[in-house]
Design a protein around this ligand. Structure first.
Ligand code: MEV
Length: 308
């Protein structure tokens, strides 16, 4: 019997289409090189989280203090016989898919303990069950990106989920972290409660996504940055009209645009979390300005697709 197993899964960033994707519109997202590792070890007694660490200590606390974690573990693990260690280098609760990465890493680690590798389809199916514990009624985008890696165009319609891999140009992207967590389930419920009044805004976000996809089709990263950037900013303005931006996210987007970004937007559910900024050139000036303004800031790197 295998005694220990460990697995990693990536977080994500949404380039365009969050919130609207919950209502059947398309979205574009990519897996990032930051992610979550789950280690499982057989031991006597109840299955328990024995340790939880994160790049920022507050992140570890946020995971462990989240009552949904135990429900999620119950959905994924046997009630008895396992010790669980979780480590994430993602900022937690900031729209970068930390719960989806945890869900997919759990599915992969359980499979390894059984002596096999979980296929992407299994990660998607089981990951969705776990992700629902955290997010209530998610679109499935986050854990699909985490399962498949790389860039994706994703849509969940009445006929099921459809996704297409996108090979993204070498974009220069900066994540600006407000440091404030947002609750995805709460933000999604808030938007739902404002329907149908906000449906025209959701439709406008959905209509932006094919334009972003076309702009991303430019092989030259500089041309792509100039074409995609303004669309990201337009997406941000629409998200603000949905009511999911915050003063800190507005400040992050304004700072990015003032420091050479071709476009910027909040990324994820909002209500806190991160903004992403697209640059036509190196990120150093923006990174320095964001840090000087008290934000966390780091370049975003795309995690390559998982082999099928
Ligand atoms: C969360 O990362 C993205 C949302 O669109 C919710 C979802 O897709 O489930 C806000």
């Amino acid at each position: 019997m295998i005694e220990r197993a460990s697995a990693w899964a990536p977080g994500k960033l949404i380039l365009a289409g969050e919130h609207a994707v919950v209502y059947g519109h398309p979205a574009i997202a990519f897996a990032v090189t930051l992610g979550t590792t789950v280690q499982l070890a057989r031991r006597p007694g109840h299955t328990e989280v024995e340790g939880c660490t994160a790049a920022d200590a507050e992140g570890a606390h946020l995971i462990e203090a989240d009552p949904r974690l135990l429900t999620a573990l119950r959905a994924a693990l046997p009630e008895q016989g396992l010790g669980v260690h979780i480590h994430t280098d993602l900022p937690v609760g900031r729209g970068m898919g930390s719960s989806a990465a945890l869900a997919v890493a759990l599915v992969r680690a359980v499979a390894r303990l059984e002596g096999r590798e979980a296929a992407a389809a299994e990660c998607q199916a089981r990951g969705f069950e776990i992700e629902r514990v955290f997010h209530g009624a998610p679109s499935g985008l986050d854990h699909t990106v985490s399962s498949l890696g790389g860039g994706l165009l994703y849509r969940r319609g009445p006929d099921g989920v459809r996704w297409t891999r996108l090979s993204l140009p070498a974009l220069s992207l900066v994540v600006i972290d407000t440091g404030a967590p947002g609750d995805t389930a709460e933000m999604v419920a808030g938007v739902r409660a404002r329907r149908p009044a906000v449906d025209p805004v959701l439709d406008a976000i959905g209509a932006l996504v094919p334009r972003v996809e076309a702009a991303l089709g430019q092989a030259d990263p500089s041309a792509a940055a100039r074409a995609v950037g303004p669309l990201l900013t337009e997406n941000h303005r629409l998200l603000a009209r949905l009511g999911v931006s915050t003063p800190a996210l507005e400040a992050a987007v304004a700072l990015a645009l003032d420091h050479g970004a071709t476009g910027a937007k909040l990324a994820g559910a909002g209500g806190g979390g991160v903004a992403i900024a697209l640059l036509d050139g190196p990120p150093d000036r923006l990174l320095a300005a964001a840090r000087a303004a008290g934000f966390g800031a780091f370049p975003a790197q795309i995690s390559p697709p998982e082999s099928p």
